[in-house]
Design a protein around this ligand. Structure first.
Ligand code: KG4
Ligand code: ZN
Length: 346
């Protein structure tokens, strides 16, 4: 167990995808300084993240981002260096890990590897005291995962996507519609001026992954894009408004997240729900879960700026790892894919 008199100041480093982010967080709660450089504008012309460009860009900017948060002379005041170990783009992860190791080596402070999914799930904890146990949803561009969480260190995976991630589905539809990257925020904005029923009346709504036993907590998104593409192409001359298409797509994508999450909440009787990951910034999702409050379900979510990739959540989760004595060393490697021991049946 890691013990220290007084406050613990952890530096967080996040480079798993297309944000270069560094943050300094005290006791897993107080964000003292942070800086994020987003590469979105660079990847936009390719309609998605280009892994090699992402790694090179991390390499070009990370020391500048670091210096905006902490001066080299102050690195010795740190109590640990937390860094995203995976899952993510391997070349991008290696940049953050290399810098974190160099700081840990030079200062003789502990290196704290952090799982990106656990970091996302931690983000709402930066802003509120959240009671355990809870049902936790991580919905991002790469993952759609539903957890039963008993504590920071004890949780089960209840379900996940059987094909595409929900954020990926938003990004793919935006590409089909020629809206640009990343699709989530663009579709969200357009959907606010749209009418879902106009494009997709109630009786035409697709039946997405029924709640059959083994898929009660699972998600599926690959068919949604195809169903929408097909419907758009067969609209003929009765050209439909893009806002209505976005509203209809968003409704289907988010309602599926809600239905499967609700299954988990109802089956376990748990009244606390935590949503995180880039898609938890979705305005329709945030509005819909607030309605559950009337039924006694309290939902916790991070402010918009902390739904996507950021280093504050890495430093926060790193603090929890440090309390448990979970440290890395100079051999610590990055990993690209998520390996979970599944308790579910699929
Ligand atoms: O967590 P994140 O920043 O990166 C990953 O770990 O994947 O999530 C990025 C994803 C993208 O697919 C993006 O389109 C989606 O989150 N996203 C949204 C919204 N904002 C970001 N999806 C729906 N509505 C939003 N407002
Ligand atoms: Zn992420």
């Amino acid at each position: 167990m890691y013990t220290k008199e007084g406050l613990m100041r952890i530096l967080g480093i996040e480079t798993s995808c297309d944000e270069t982010s560094v943050a300094l967080v005290e006791d897993g709660k107080h964000i003292l300084a942070e800086k994020t450089f987003s590469q979105v504008a660079i990847h936009r012309e390719f309609d998605g993240v280009v892994p090699e460009i992402a790694s090179r860009q991390h390499l070009a900017t990370i020391l500048q981002v670091l210096e905006a948060v902490i001066q080299p002379a102050d690195l010795n005041s740190l109590d640990g260096i937390a860094v995203t170990q995976g899952p993510g783009l391997i070349g991008s992860l290696l940049v953050g890990l290399g810098v974190a190791k160099a700081i840990a080596y030079k200062t003789s402070k502990p290196l704290i590897p952090v799982n990106h999914i656990e970091a996302h799930l931690y983000a709402p904890h930066l802003f509120a005291e959240i009671p355990f146990p809870y049902v936790g949803l991580v919905a991002s561009g790469g993952h759609t995962l539903l957890f039963f969480v008993r504590s920071f260190y004890d949780y089960d995976l209840l379900g996940s996507t059987i094909d595409d991630a929900v954020g990926e589905a938003f990004d793919k539809l935006a590409k089909v519609l020629g809206l640009g990257y990343p699709g989530g925020p663009i579709i969200d904005k357009l959907a606010q001026q749209g009418n879902a029923h106009r494009f997709l009346p109630e009786k035409k709504r697709p039946q997405l992954l029924p709640d059959k036993d083994r898929d009660r907590y699972n998600f599926s998104y690959s068919g949604l894009k195809t169903a929408f593409t097909y419907r758009i192409q067969h609209q003929g001359n009765t050209s439909c408004r893009i806002e209505d298409i976005c509203a209809a797509f968003q409704r289907e994508a988010i309602e599926l997240l809600l239905r499967k999450s609700r299954n988990a909440l109802d089956d376990t009787g748990i009244k606390t729900f935590v949503i995180s990951g880039g898609v938890s910034a979705n305005s329709f999702l945030r509005e819909r879960v607030r309605e559950w409050e009337k039924e006694g379900i309290a939902t916790f979510m991070a402010p918009l700026a902390y739904c996507g990739d950021n280093a504050a959540m890495v430093a926060g989760r790193g603090y929890q790892n440090a309390l448990q004595g979970k440290f890395g060393d100079m051999r610590t490697d990055a990993f690209s894919r998520l390996e979970f021991v599944r308790k579910g049946k699929r």
